[in-house]
Design a protein around this ligand. Structure first.
Ligand code: AGP
Length: 609
């Protein structure tokens, strides 16, 4: 997830506006930044790795000539966050410049084709193929104009993109194109703007035009023109007036980053399904060879590992041991050695407990594999192989999209491992592949149709003194994660455990009105969890269930229920089933007049032991 912004001004310098706008987009990515303008028939570019303020201090991002330009703040996915990989990227002749937010899935084959035709690449990014592709098309068809060359180029791109292109050969315009990654036009008195989201240009204009998937836009000082990529037909779309205040603008109209990130999950889950074949295969090979596999993480990432241990076992018949990072050394220290494989999961890649466990295992010659959200984090530098969870920056202290993206990647890893081990049939593989592609839409449906009902349930239980969160099988992981969310942002002491454990002690806490949340997918645990519901009900507990659509049996037993789309394999259930629990925690916190983004005593990344 990156941030792009650009403008064509009637007069004045573009660079200072670009710099200020990138600062407003910094939450979308901040490991490298670049700006470029056209002036006097030449490209003028500054880019480097580092946060915007750091790069500005060294290069002065306001000091570029010209009234047309664009900029990019990066969250690395392909290519480490180095100066050479920072955007913009340019063609061989230094006439065409591009910035891009998204993932080009077929960049490897396009790069091979372009290299064969003599194009030289400097970076490791997927983006850099775009200026060279436009150059190639234009060299072969000099009669084309810029929009036509860009139009032909984008038709060859697979994957997600919001791009901006300009050329010294037509220095008065910028061409943008969108497929899945967000792109919005700002229509101002002094010029036309484009950005990844509205807050970037809101101080300049409140007139916004949303660009849809499969559309191209020509931006010039005269205005904007939208065309369909499919047939190049003109599209007319009037600007909408945006009435956000600056505080809301930072969260794109959401009251809190946490809610924004909950709503962002469908997009991030689509990203998690993109283009990591090579890394997934590599990780699967290491796991396949492993004689003992430990899954090491903290907090939410540990819950993703808990789910993964069920998934690896069910799909790939692989035994793996999820261990809380701070307990790893004392619990397993003696037995770790060259035959140990450690799969480490950490959104920040900087969690001190997790890094300490990794460092220890490395000293014992164990193989370290990692799943993280931050490329170039300490964890990526000390792992043998790592894979990106592609969630984009997570600002809310409570992890939300982190969990669902991690489970998505870990499930894809288990599928490849199962295939490598010949443990699943082709039909099962096809079903899993189809269902995992459906997950983002299912999450979108839950968020769009159930949020209101969750809000009502939150109002009903907001003053409860404690909650149980119970599940069986893989839903135990979902229950643990739902409990952590409620505890950390609503400050309600909550307890999660496998539902079968109730009668071994915890049930003594239950009295009339005691809220018990059950996570109940219609998988192999469905029958037994009904028994657990009954035992709680018999003691007067208030039964809140997360169930599949049409589960009449449990619906009858529940005091309150939230339905999620049915028909997903149990290994995927943590993703749809956690959404109502994220929303429940969020709305209870809001009902209790707490700030979900800044829970007391907590930090986003726990870099202290
Ligand atoms: C989860 O909501 C918390 N923010 C916290 O438990 C977090 O998951 C934990 O600190 C691990 O962080 P990491 O994934 O960056 O290692």
């Amino acid at each position: 997830m990156c941030g792009i912004f650009g403008c064509v001004l009637k007069q004045g310098k573009a660079a200072p506006l670009i710099h200020a706008a990138l600062k407003r987009l910094e939450y979308r990515g901040y490991d490298s930044v670049g700006e470029i303008t056209i002036y006097d028939g030449k490209l003028h570019m500054k880019k480097d790795q580092g946060k915007i303020d750091e790069v500005h201090k060294i290069h002065d991002l306001d000091d570029l000539p010209g009234s047309i330009g664009f900029g990019h703040t990066r969250w690395a996915t392909h290519g480490a966050p180095l100066q050479i990989n920072a955007h913009p990227h340019i063609d061989c002749k230094g006439e065409i410049a591009v910035i891009h937010n998204g993932i080009i899935e077929n960049f490897a084959e396009l790069k091979k084709e372009l290299e064969k035709n003599g194009h030289n690449f400097k970076s490791k990014t997927d983006t850099e193929i775009i200026p060279h592709l436009i150059e190639e098309i234009w060299d072969k068809n000099p009669s084309l104009n810029l929009i036509e060359a860009v139009h032909q180029a984008v038709k060859r791109l697979d994957g997600s993109y919001a791009i901006a292109v300009f050329s010294t050969k037509e220095p008065d315009k910028i061409i943008c194109a969108r497929n899945e990654s967000p792109l919005i036009i700002g229509v101002g008195e002094d010029g036309i703007y484009f950005a990844s989201d509205i807050p970037a240009f809101l101080p300049l204009t409140n007139k916004a035009v949303i660009i849809e998937n499969g559309e191209l836009v020509i931006i010039s000082e005269k205005g904007y023109e939208i065309r369909k990529i499919a047939d190049f037909k003109l599209v007319t779309r009037e600007p909408k007036i945006i009435d956000w205040n600056p505080e809301m603008a930072k969260k794109e109209g959401y009251p809190h980053f946490m809610l924004k990130e909950i709503y962002e999950q469908p997009e991030r889950l689509r990203d998690s399904l993109r283009l990591q074949e090579h890394y997934l295969d590599l990780l699967a090979t290491f796991l396949d060879r492993g004689t003992e596999i430990f899954l090491v993480a903290a907090g939410t990432s540990y819950h993703a590992c808990l789910a993964a241990s069920y998934i690896f076992s069910k799909l790939a018949f692989l035994t793996s041991y999820p261990i809380i990072a701070s307990e790893f050394i004392s619990q397993q220290g003696k037995s770790i050695g060259i035959n140990s494989t450690i799969l480490v999961v950490s959104q920040s890649g900087e969690t001190s407990d997790t890094l300490a466990a990794v460092e220890y295992a490395r000293q014992k010659a164990a193989t370290i594999l990692a799943l993280t959200n931050v490329i170039n984090s300490t964890l990526t530098r000390i792992s043998r192989v790592y894979i990106d969870q592609l969630s984009g920056p997570e600002i809310g202290v409570a992890a939300t999209k982190t969990f669902t993206s991690q489970v998505s990647i870990l499930t894809q890893l288990a599928i490849r491992l199962a295939k490598k081990r010949g443990k699943v049939s082709q039909d099962e593989m096809d079903l899993l592949a189809e269902k995992i592609e459906d997950i983002p839409n299912a999450v979108e449906k839950i968020i769009n149709t159930k949020a209101e009902k969750v809000k009502q349930i939150a109002k009903k239980y907001k003053d409860s003194k404690t909650f149980f969160f119970l599940g069986r099988g893989i839903s135990t992981a979902t229950a643990y994660e739902g409990r952590l969310k409620l505890m950390e942002i609503a400050y309600i002491p909550s307890i999660a455990f496998p539902a079968g454990e109730s009668k071994h002690g915890p049930i003594s806490l239950v009295e009339p009105g005691f809220p018990v949340v059950f996570v109940c997918p219609m998988d192999g645990t469905h029958k037994t969890i009904i028994g657990n519901i009954m035992e709680m009900k018999a003691r007067g507990a208030s039964i809140i269930t997360i169930i599949e659509e049409g589960d009449e049996e449990i619906k009858q037993l529940a005091d309150d229920y939230i339905e999620v789309p049915k028909g997903f394999p149990e290994v995927l259930s943590p993703i749809p089933f956690i959404i109502p629990l994220q929303l429940l925690a969020y709305y209870i916190a809001v009902e209790r007049n707490l700030d979900p983004d800044k829970p007391r005593n907590l930090a986003k990344s726990v870099t202290v032991k």
